[in-house]
Structures are given as C-alpha cells and as structure tokens.
Design a binder for this molecule. Structure first.
Ligand code: NAD
Length: 370
C-alpha cells in the first residue's frame, strides 16, 4: 500500500490547535489499516518568520512541492504586524499558492442539519444545502496589467485594473468544475458578465466549447454573475457546482459561505494542474478562517473547518470518497448530538473545547464503522 504524503503546516494562532485534531483523525484512518498517510510538518507564517526570518523556508517549500497534499492551518497575528512587508505571515500562503500554481479554489457551502438555525436564511431554503463554488484563483482583474493609479495631470487621477483571461485559463478551470461535478450531482453553472464584458463573452464561449469536448454527460447552465448572486440567496439548492472567475468567485463564495452560518465551519481546497506523469494535482487544503488571535490558547477554536478541509483532501486528492463521506457523517452526527464549540453554540448549549470536539468526531468515526 503506497502511503499518501501529507505536509502539515499548522501556522500561527489557532492553527496549531486545530491541526492537533486533524492529526487525531489521520491516526484514526491509519489505524484502520486500509489507507496509509505519512505526515511531515513544517513552519509557515509568523512561526516560520520567528524561526527562519522568512514566511516559509526553502526547505519547507520543497517539502510542499514534493507532497501529495498540503494541509494548512492559518497564519498571522498582531505579533508580526511590524515585520517587513515581504516577510509578513500571509507571504507564506501566497508563495505556496504561486509556486504550486494553485489556480482552482474550491469552496463548498454545506448546511449541516443541526445548524440550519445558524443561517440568516429560512430553514427550508438552506436545509440540506450542498453546493461547491470553483473560483479561478490566479488570473483575472486581480493580476491583469496595467494595474496602476495614473496621474492625468489635470488634478485628476485614474485607477486602472485590467480583467484579462486567456483561453487556456478558462479551459483548465472549467475542466476542474466538470470533473468535480462528476463526483457530485453532474451539474455545472458558469457565471460571468458577457452582457457587458468581453472577457465574459470569451469565458462563456470557452466553457461551452470545453463542455462539448468530453463533458456532455454534465448538465451545463450559464448565468450572469449578478443574477447568480440573487439566485444564491433566493434558492441556493438549485446549484451543484458553480464555476466563475477570480473577482466574481471572491464575492459569490463569501455569499455562499454565509448561507451556512459560522466561519469555524468552512473548509476550502486549492488545486493545481495534473502532473503529466501521475495525473495527480498539486493541492492545498485549509480552513477559510484566519488564525483567530483573539481566542488562540483558550481551547475554544472550532476544529470542524480544519477537519472538513482534510475531508476535502480525502475526496479530491486521494479519491477516497467513502472515507470523505464517513468523516462528513461523523461531523454531522457529532453536531446532531448537540455538541458545540462556543462559536456555533446557542443559549443553553453545553460548550466543549477544541480537543473535545476532535475526540467526539473520532469517537463518531469509530461508532460509524463498528
Ligand atoms: P479570523 O478568521 O482569524 O477571525 C475572525 C473571527 O472569527 C474572530 O472573532 C475569531 O475568533 C473567529 N474565528 C475564526 N476561526 C474560528 C474558529 N475556527 N473557531 C471559532 N472562532 C473562530 O479573521 P481576522 O480576525 O480578521 O484575522 C486574524 C488574523 O488571521 C490576521 O492576522 C489575518 O491576517 C489572518 N488571516 C489569515 C488567513 C489565512 O491564514 N488563510 C485568513 C484570514 C485571516
């Protein structure tokens, strides 16, 4: 049995605390004897700066490049507010994304039955919700040139950002969306603004063309991104996979995330191109939230976003769909039993610690497989 190679980068603040809970789950899977995960650990963010004077060392970067998947906690905190800009904690995260060429960002919005009341939307709108937003992460208006504030010389300035997409960028992100839809409910909705943007016209054409070349088993719809935003709030369950560009994806994924309640519940994945030899994509899995310095060290962090991020690694890097479903079920059952960390608690709930939540989920894994 070949071992799956994981690099764990806990980072700062609550990062190391929630990573401890992932280690328990990894040990549990290893103990079952069906799969083997080999873990190595590195430093990133402020922790790396303190040890090496940089936000990630070359040695840890090399480990990340050689791993099957990076499991990332969170970086940052007030302690590093004054470090030089190029060494700030976030620089470690950006370096990983850039060097690993992680162009596809996956953000699921899943509403656990026990938490339907935590959403700001009506229960019937979010109950059972399970959608996936696939956002293009390395192109578009955040990176296009020219990007400047130009002095027009007449007392006016002009702020310029440029939305640029090439065919290959749209093709590869739409392939990711179609492939993921095959592991879910076979439906992709592509969102752009072809009514007012040339890049939107091209986006629409290339997604349609890619669909014709080997993905016709998937249902493809197109929607203008503004209408998509409305539909996400009106009736989100109409979607399965949404594919969109960097800018629209940034906003739409935040909207979708909030359909489900707390920041402590939201996992994410970032994928690169498939390796020509092995077919495996470079990948990094991380919670959406940050290092939460306000609660670091108190044992109150919710580890579920981190654990669900590991669940995404099982599903998308290792095609261990049954194991990923099992972990999701263990999380859902734990919540069904009324166990809550502080962030997802309501008045009268018994509040448990980060470690107790991890232990409860591991116990549920055991119960589900007994
Ligand atoms: P944050 O996500 O760290 O925290 C926002 C709020 O949510 C805080 O009140 C926090 O206590 C709470 N929270 C977050 N995760 C939680 C969890 N798992 N369980 C319970 N409560 C949780 O965002 P912030 O406060 O704006 O940023 C703090 C630091 O994190 C900053 O240095 C920021 O730059 C950094 N950050 C890092 C990442 C990342 O590593 N990917 C992402 C966002 C922010």
């Amino acid at each position: 049995m070949a071992a799956h190679k994981l690099l764990l980068l806990p980072g700062d603040g609550i990062g190391p605390e929630i990573m401890e809970e992932v280690k328990k789950v990894i040990s549990w899977f290893n103990a079952q004897g069906k799969e083997s995960f080999e873990t190595d650990e590195g430093l990133v963010g402020g922790a790396a700066y303190d040890a090496h004077g940089v936000a990630i060392s070359e040695e840890d970067m090399a480990k990340a490049m050689a791993s099957d998947a990076v499991i990332f906690g969170a970086v940052g905190g007030p302690k590093w507010d004054d470090v030089p800009y190029e060494h700030r904690p976030e620089a470690g995260l950006l370096r990983l994304r850039k060097d690993m060429e992680l162009f596809a960002n996956l953000r699921p919005a899943i509403c656990y039955p026990a938490l339907t009341d935590a959403s700001s939307l009506r229960k019937d709108v979010v109950e059972g919700l399970d959608i996936l937003i696939v956002r293009e992460l390395t192109g578009g208006v955040y990176f296009g040139e020219p990007k400047e504030i130009r002095d027009l010389g007449n007392g006016q300035k002009r702020g310029i950002d440029t939305q640029v997409y090439d065919t290959y960028e749209i093709e590869r992100i739409s392939k990711v969306a179609f492939e993921l839809a095959r592991t879910r409910n076979n439906k992709v909705t592509s969102m752009e603004k072809r009514n007012v943007m040339k890049s939107g016209v091209l986006w629409n054409e290339v997604v349609t063309e890619t669909h014709k070349n080997g993905f016709e088993d998937i249902t493809l719809d197109h929607m203008l991104a503004d209408a998509g935003g409305m539909q996400l709030v009106r009736w989100p369950k109409q979607f399965d996979v949404i594919v969109t560009d960097n800018l629209f994806g940034d906003m739409l994924s935040d909207v979708a995330a909030m359909l489900t309640g707390s920041l402590g519940m939201l996992p994410s994945a970032s994928l690169g191109a498939p390796d020509p030899k092995t077919g495996r994509r470079k990948a990094m899995y991380e919670p959406v939230h940050g290092s939460a310095p306000d609660i670091a060290g108190t044992g109150s962090a919710n580890p579920i976003a981190m654990l669900a991020s590991f669940g995404m690694a099982l599903r998308y890097s290792f095609e261990l769909v049954e194991e990923a479903d099992l972990l999701d079920k263990a999380i859902a059952n734990t919540l069904d039993k009324g166990l809550r960390t502080k962030d997802i608690s309501a008045a009268g709930d018994k509040i448990i610690t980060t470690a107790e939540m991890g232990d409860a989920i591991v116990a549920e894994l055991t119960a589900l497989t007994a």
